[in-house]
Design a protein around this ligand. Structure first.
Ligand code: ATP
Ligand code: MG
Length: 273
């Protein structure tokens, strides 16, 4: 695919290399070709995610407790962003809103060109299932299911037939280096392996963006570094857009961009040099 036209990263949108539908391959090539031209400013089509003047209050309207205050930022396709900030600063609240798990009190969220209408939970759930993959600190794998069955769960909700689910899950486990653990249950896997399975599950449906809330928070520093290297690799190799919360400044330094949150506001938003 490289060679004559050096197109850089190809966004496989969660598909294994051998089974990429033609329309996905073509749109991926277009994305990669524009990237290869160095068009980092990008047109509107590169915009993946936008928050506009988002406020979030908890508590009753007469005594609101502000948690997010006038938060605005954009994430472009292929970005790898870290969100940093002290405990209680609003990072998870922000991720829940980006991930359409919670609604802003005021303000607008746009994902993949669609302004999200939070008033209809079924529609929001459908958007979430189609556009977003989640990775959590505590993995959240189902203990009775094998690794591949855990990875295949999002496909079950989409009513993909079991043989195809298994095929796609195995391809994604291969992408995270765990093809040989497909039939193991979570209790038979190390922490780092569990997080790789969770990452494969986040990616299997071909999401537009992966949101990871402290994905290395339960891991020792060596394993955390390995999971971070995998995230970095998936971002570069498959063009996956990633937004991750971390407390670890060294790990955040490996991201292309760092958004620092303090007391519900964006304090700083810096791209890597
Ligand atoms: N459901 C809720 N009801 C009321 N207050 C909440 C709720 N969820 C979060 N908060 C408050 O909002 C603030 C931000 O919480 P949040 O979980 O977003 O912080 P965080 O930056 O993710 O912290 P940590 O690093 O400890 O995970 C905190 O003061 C928290 O107590
Ligand atoms: Mg948090």
């Amino acid at each position: 695919m490289k060679g004559r036209h050096d197109v850089g990263q190809i966004d496989l949108g969660g598909y294994s290399k051998s089974k990429i539908p033609v329309h996905i391959l073509l749109s991926s090539l277009r994305l990669a070709t524009d990237r290869a031209r160095g068009d980092r400013c990008g047109g509107a089509w590169r915009l993946m995610l936008k928050l506009l003047n988002v406020d979030k209050h908890y508590g009753p309207p007469e005594r609101p407790v502000p948690v997010l205050r006038n938060v605005s930022f954009t994430v472009q396709a292929g970005d790898f962003c870290a969100i940093l900030g002290p405990s209680g600063s609003g990072k998870s609240t922000l991720m829940n809103i980006i991930g359409l798990l919670d609604r802003p009190t005021t303000g607008e969220v746009v994902v993949d060109g669609e302004t999200v209408d939070f008033s209809t939970p079924e529609i929001t759930a459908g958007l979430r299932n189609r556009l977003i993959g989640f990775v959590f600190q505590a993995f959240h794998l189902l203990p009775r299911l094998t690794a591949w069955e855990n990875v295949a769960l999002p496909l079950l909700y989409r009513r993909v037939a079991r043989p195809r689910r298994r095929e796609m899950a195995l391809a994604m486990l291969d992408q995270v280096g765990l093809a040989d653990r497909a039939d193991h249950r979570p209790s038979e896997l190390s922490g780092g392996q569990k997080q790789r399975v969770a990452l494969a599950r986040a990616l299997v449906g071909g999401p537009k963006v992966v949101l990871a809330d402290e994905p290395t928070g339960s891991l020792d520093s060596v394993t955390a570094g390995e999971v971070m290297a995998l995230l970095r690799d998936l971002n570069r190799r498959l063009g996956v857009t990633i937004v991750m919360v971390t407390h670890d400044r060294d790990l955040a330094g490996l991201c292309d961009r760092r958004i620092e949150v303090l007391d519900g506001r964006i304090l700083r938003d810096t791209a890597a040099a």
